[in-house]
Ligand binder design. Structure first.
Ligand code: SF4
Length: 355
């Protein structure tokens, strides 16, 4: 049982805007409701970022609704708030403390676009508030899953519900009209990233009715984090830590060539299953700041180019997105962009709102 502590020193909930919009979560601001996460998944970055076990103490912000209210008064009404930070907004503490619900109520009053990333089925308890936000702008949920294999899932995330229950959450949100995606994370080499495992999981995600998918690989932040991960992996059959060592070389990120190859395979699996990689424009069209929408559409094209090894095109997209973010509108370059047809609706929407 963790210790719950009121953190009187925390005064900001959303803080300053991100230097760049987050292509994965669509967020211009990112926040965590709770500090610390009771789930304590064995691979979580939190173990590497904190010296003490980060599921041992959960810090609660006092007067969180007032803080949300005060900060939202100065935030662009069409910028996405991501409740996606380093802790799950629907971890068990939410059942008792309802901090996430308090913030959602304020977000719903403002009609502020909101994206939540969670593993927890408890998010469905707030469908009414999410619907209120979705009616005014955008309320999107991203549910994270690890593997279709129950033993892998239970050994690395022993305090979370099963993948099947999480995908049931996806179905329930979708039925309620809330845009919902699935994030496969973390991908761990040779464990949950084989062709068979990915095909199986993508089939389940499609059956659940998800609007889109994306993924990320496990990070190993430092030796302490690596040791913890290796110990957890050693409990899964005969998984040798040498698999990880060979591909991470004691660094934080996985070998680039290996990643490119797996990205290509997974992108093809999703394409074959007609499951969009990253949120399609239709999900957020005319719901956000038009400039943010254009930037996101370009960033998502660039991400896809990167996933499939079109590095030059990815760099061009990234550069265009950066220019849009800084307030420029390089029309000639946008018209010459290889994905002009895909970005044209967002560009036309931006032009119509700025004329
Ligand atoms: S639920 Fe998310 S934030 Fe919490 S421990 Fe697991 S990975 Fe980390």
């Amino acid at each position: 049982m963790p210790l719950f502590v009121v953190d009187v020193n925390r005064t900001q909930l959303f803080g300053a805007p991100l230097p760049h919009i987050d292509a994965t979560t669509l967020a211009s601001y990112t926040s965590h409701i709770y500090e610390g996460c009771e789930y304590g998944c064995n691979y979580c970055d939190g173990w590497g970022r904190h010296l003490r076990p980060f599921n041992e103490q959960i810090r609660l912000m006092p007067d969180i609704a007032q803080a949300a209210n005060a900060e939202l008064a100065t935030i662009n009404r069409r910028a996405v708030i991501g409740l996606t930070g380093e802790s799950d907004a629907y971890q068990p503490a939410e059942q008792q403390y309802h901090r996430t619900r308090s913030v959602l109520r304020v977000l719903a009053e403002y009609g502020q676009p909101t994206v939540i990333m969670t593993k927890s089925p408890h998010v469905v308890a707030d469908i009414e508030l999410l619907t209120q936000i979705q009616q005014q702008s955008l309320a999107m949920v991203m549910v994270t899953v690890l593997s279709h294999m129950a033993d892998v899932q239970s050994k690395l995330e022993d305090k979370n519900v099963s993948t099947i229950e999480r995908l049931d959450t996806v179905t329930r949100l979708k039925k309620a009209g809330i845009p919902v995606g699935v994030v496969i994370q973390p991908l761990i080499p040779y464990l949950n990233d084989t062709d068979y495992a990915l095909t199986h999981l993508v089939d389940m995600i499609v059956a659940a009715g998800a609007d889109f998918v994306h993924w990320d690989y496990v990070y190993t932040l430092n030796q302490r984090h690596r040791n913890r991960l290796y110990e957890a992996l050693a409990r899964i059959g005969t998984y040798p830590p040498s698999y990880m060592r060979a591909l991470y070389q004691d660094g934080m990120t996985i070998d680039r060539a290996y990643q490119n190859e797996r990205n290509n395979v997974l992108t093809h699996i999703c394409d074959d299953a007609k499951l969009p990689v990253y949120p399609p424009y239709a999900l957020f069209a005319q719901r956000l700041d038009p400039r943010n929408e254009l930037e996101l559409v370009i960033l998502h094209q660039a991400r896809r180019d990167m996933l499939q090894g079109r590095d030059t095109l990815a760099t061009i997209g990234q550069s265009l997105a950066t220019q849009i973010a800084t307030g420029a509108l390089p029309m000639q370059e946008l018209h010459n962009y290889a994905h002009y047809m895909q970005i044209r609706p967002a560009l036309q929407h931006l032009e119509s709102t700025s004329s």
